[in-house]
Design a protein. Structure first.
Length: 270
């Protein structure tokens, strides 16, 4: 589903941003080409202090600048007494300074290198897509600094003005308005789905994911294969934690379940 959405998104998405607007940072590797000057051309790593060592110019500050700005800076430096009208081009050879973090119920959680343009669907696809235990929403915690080098956010539920919630079912259903453009430093959390437990006289007792809001006992029993011949659809209890104590509640099939409920189908009297 995610792969299909990526293809669709690419068909309707606006043109990607100019790669020369990418903000250079420490550990990035730049490919510099100076026309007719092979001794000045090559790959140059940006050090931790944001500078790179360039022939003739020495240490050149690049961190925090766009690729275009670095290009202009090198051109101006070489023109100031070294070359007559130097032709300089700069591209990013290896993106290392900016990252996006994907955590939670994805198949391959971890860090993704941010190249200046990435959508939520692309990030989830690169993380192997969501697992079967994924919940109904994705939480994006946006770095206030806009930098991908500070590390992932640790708590998706912490109060923040930079938290964005996306309905995962709408996204997977094709609502491309939910396919947000990500920024460097974003942390994507895919929380585990809430579940209920079904036991007693059902065909497949076990733990089941709540996939819809307002899920009823009838829907939960359907996930468990339905009531057995020995079971009674009128003798159903929910064991629920209320104020720290477990209570037993007799319910009907239209009763709405809550996360953590244990639904028990009892035997028939006769």
């Amino acid at each position: 589903m995610l792969i299909l959405l990526i293809v669709t998104a690419l068909q309707v998405a606006p043109a990607p941003p100019d790669p020369r607007l990418y903000t250079v940072g420490p550990s990035d590797v730049l490919l510099v080409t100076v026309y007719n000057q092979p001794q000045l051309s090559g790959k140059f790593a940006v050090e931790a202090d944001g500078t790179l060592a360039f022939p003739l110019l020495g240490r050149v500050a690049a961190g925090g600048l766009s690729v275009r700005a670095v290009e202009d800076k090198l051109r101006e430096g070489l023109a100031a007494g070294f070359l007559n009208d130097p032709q300089v081009s700069v591209a990013v050879d290896q993106y290392r300074s900016q990252q996006i973090f994907v955590m939670g119920e994805v198949k391959q959680p971890g860090n993704l290198q941010f190249t200046g343009s990435m959508t939520l669907i692309e990030a989830l696809a690169r993380a192997g897509s969501t697992t079967e235990r994924a919940g109904m929403e994705v939480v994006i915690v946006r770095s206030s600094s806009g930098s991908g080098s500070a590390g992932p956010a640790q708590d998706p539920n912490a109060p923040s003005d930079n938290t964005i919630r996306v309905n995962l079912q709408s996204l997977q259903g094709g609502a491309l308005s939910q396919n947000l453009a990500l920024r460097a430093g974003d942390t994507i959390f895919v929380p585990r789905a809430e579940t209920v437990f079904v036991s007693g006289e059902v065909r497949n007792p076990g733990e089941y994911v709540i996939r819809t809001s307002g899920m009823t006992v009838r829907q939960a029993l359907a996930l468990a294969g339905g009531v057995t011949e020995r079971g009674s659809s009128r003798r159903i209890q929910i064991f629920r934690l209320v104020n720290g104590k477990e209570v037993a509640i007799s319910v009907g099939q239209q009763t709405t379940v809550q996360a953590g409920d244990t639904i028990v189908v009892q035997e028939r009297y006769f």
